[in-house]
Design a protein around this ligand. Structure first.
Ligand SMILES: *Cc1c(COP(=O)(O)O)cnc(C)c1O
Length: 231
């Protein structure tokens, strides 16, 4: 199957999950996670009308953004403060803000550039392998702290759930994420929107959509397995 056919298959599964949950498929953006994959794959999807792509590594992100300016790239991988400046021009949304110091650096560099950068706070959804992200209990305080920074706009939350064989195992995490976003959103803090919920990957995106995801980050189901050795 071509990349476009695989993408259409994912779109169909997202639509069906929306139908089951009584949601409008237009509320859900499929972020095609193109890390380690060649520019041709991205161009193929662009030609089919798809715009949003996710990258994990700053070097690769900035190279691809320069090469393919028509695409909208999102930064979804762990971001170090010394790579913030390079990221700002290349990414339309930074999903992986996991500390106040990182948010402060993004704000500082954004102010220098005369822009306000859209960010999400990364919540640790109980992934043993990933030590990144705020605990659920820390999220609201972190959101409030970040909201006072002049160069960032907090748009919502992101989480990387554990890799599971049965996607149902992650349903409670996605449900908790949705509730957390609703709870923070209901407080109507200045400079905090909770409209974006980035959760769900190849192994569990349908469950994430049923529980309220507005962005699902899909790599393998669209581009096939990644080969890190030869990227
Ligand atoms: C690689 C990656 C994805 C995509 O993973 P697949 O299982 O291939 O869909 C999504 N989110 C993050 C943060 C990733 O690093």
């Amino acid at each position: 199957m071509s990349v476009t056919e695989r993408f259409n298959e994912v779109q169909k599964r997202v639509n069906e999950a929306c139908l089951r949950a009584g949601r409008d498929p237009k509320e859900v953006t499929i972020l095609a996670v193109s890390k380690t994959k060649p520019a041709e794959d991205i161009r193929e999807l662009l030609a089919a009308g798809h715009r949003d792509f996710g990258e994990n590594y700053v070097q690769e992100l900035s190279e691809k953004a320069a090469l393919i300016p028509e695409a909208r790239f999102h930064m979804i991988g762990h971001l170090q403060r010394n790579k913030v400046r390079q990221t700002l021009g290349a990414a339309v949304l930074i999903h992986s803000v996991d500390s106040l110091r990182l948010a402060e650096e993004i704000s500082k560099e954004s102010v220098k550039k005369g822009q306000v950068t859209d960010i999400l706070l990364e919540i640790n959804g109980g992934n043993e392998e990933s030590k990144f992200g705020y605990d659920f209990s820390e999220a609201e305080d972190a959101a409030v702290a970040v909201s006072s920074l002049p160069g960032v706009h907090l748009c919502g939350l992101m989480c990387v759930a554990p890799f599971v064989d049965d996607p149902e195992k992650n349903r409670p995490i996605f449900r908790k994420m949705f509730q957390l976003a609703v709870d923070i959103g209901n407080k109507n803090y200045d400079n905090i929107d909770m409209n974006v919920l980035s959760m769900g990957m190849t192994s569990d995106f349908e469950v994430a959509v049923e529980e309220g995801a507005t962005i699902v980050r899909i790599g393998t189901a669209i581009f096939g397995e990644r080969n890190y050795g030869r990227s």
